[in-house]
Design a protein around this ligand. Structure first.
Ligand code: DHB
Length: 342
């Protein structure tokens, strides 16, 4: 959406709204994707959602080797979100390719594969292992897992480490497969991290990962989670995510953004589009509503239609345009008032 785009117009028939979007070179018929870690490799959502019709399945971050994860308990409820400390439990890339990726391919599900590593070399090996696998629409590089042994491994907290990982993954991924860097909100300047991964070759960013949090049980008087700290997700983090998307879109309007963080409704998804996301991932919401993806897409379609926005793409970053117009109008009013006062 550019500054010359006309303001939204009269209401439309929801069926006429073009919901298609893209993330770099990947075309998506629908803007709502799963969020990594919240629907395993998609199969468990298949009874509830036609996975071929959603934007894409984003798989739980896969590592090179099988991994049992962190000690239990691994989840704690908070007033408007969930704290988790899974510790990247998973089957390892070989089993993932043989079972999950094969299933997704056989069922013709658009698939974004999320990868995680403890070192730059591990990310490189993962990219090399996946490079000849068909059926991967994009790679999401999880450089922001909060549940790793050392905070030094949260690559997304440091612009240089983040860029090193992204550079090797980009180098070892086929040119037609976009690489999205998953950013952490636990940084002072998220636009600086976005700049760094962009310069390293990221074709887009996914944002945000969970925020690092802790819950202490007043009964036992010690941390609730086995791993002590965990990642906070759900509605509590939505304003943080919207702010982060807004800042990165303002700094790099051409950088594709997959937005996520507490999206439960079409209205929430719309907020992310206005801030600058081209598509959204839905995570925690599917835990208590496995139909959430389709519902959110339908609600979003209705919201766009009501506002006379014929193409979803026209809503991407529209909040920035509306804000600029608002400020301009305010300034014009002020100047007129001052002139009238002589
Ligand atoms: C885990 C990984 C994440 O990236 C995250 O945001 C939350 C949890 C994990 O597997 O522990």
């Amino acid at each position: 959406m550019s500054a010359g785009t006309p303001a939204p117009g009269a209401a439309l028939d929801p069926r006429s709204v073009d919901m298609s979007t893209s993330l770099s070179t990947v075309a998506l018929p629908d803007p709502v994707l799963t969020a990594s870690g919240c629907a395993a490799a998609g199969r468990e959502l298949a009874p509830y959602v036609d996975l071929t019709r959603i934007g894409a399945v984003v798989t739980k971050s896969i590592m090179l080797e099988p991994r049992s994860g962190r000690p239990t308990p691994r989840m704690a409820e908070t007033p408007s979100g969930m704290l988790n400390s899974i510790g990247l439990q998973g089957p390892g890339v070989e089993a993932f390719v043989a079972n999950d990726l094969r299933w997704l391919r056989e069922h013709r599900v658009r698939t974004v594969v999320s990868i995680a590593g403890g070192t730059v070399q591990e990310y490189q090996k993962l990219a090399q292992r996946l490079r000849h696998e068909p059926g991967i629409a994009a790679i999401e590089v999880n450089i922001s897992c909060p549940n790793v042994e050392s905070r030094g491994q949260v690559f997304a907290c440091d612009p240089f480490s983040a860029s090193q990982v992204v550079q090797v993954v980009r180098r070892h991924t086929p040119p037609g497969v976009p690489v999205l860097a998953k950013l952490s909100p636990d940084v002072t300047d998220i636009a600086a991290i976005a700049r760094s991964v962009r310069e390293a070759g990221a074709d887009g960013v996914s944002m945000i990962n969970t925020l690092l949090g802790m819950v202490i049980d007043p009964g036992t008087m010690r941390p609730m989670l086995g791993g002590m700290t965990g990642g906070l997700s759900g509605p509590a983090i939505r304003p943080v995510a919207v702010r982060a998307v807004w800042q990165v879109h303002a700094a790099f309007p051409d950088l594709p953004i997959l937005g996520m963080g507490g999206i439960r409704t079409g209205r929430d998804a719309f907020e992310f589009l206005l801030a600058g996301a081209s598509a959204v991932s839905v995570g925690t919401a599917v835990f208590n509503d496995p139909h959430a993806l389709a519902r959110i897409s339908t609600e979003l379609r209705g919201i766009l239609a009501e506002r006379g926005i014929a193409r979803l793409r026209d809503a991407v970053g529209l909040g920035h345009v509306m804000q600029a117009r608002h400020v301009e109008a305010q300034q014009a009013r002020r100047s007129a008032q001052q002139e009238a006062l002589g």
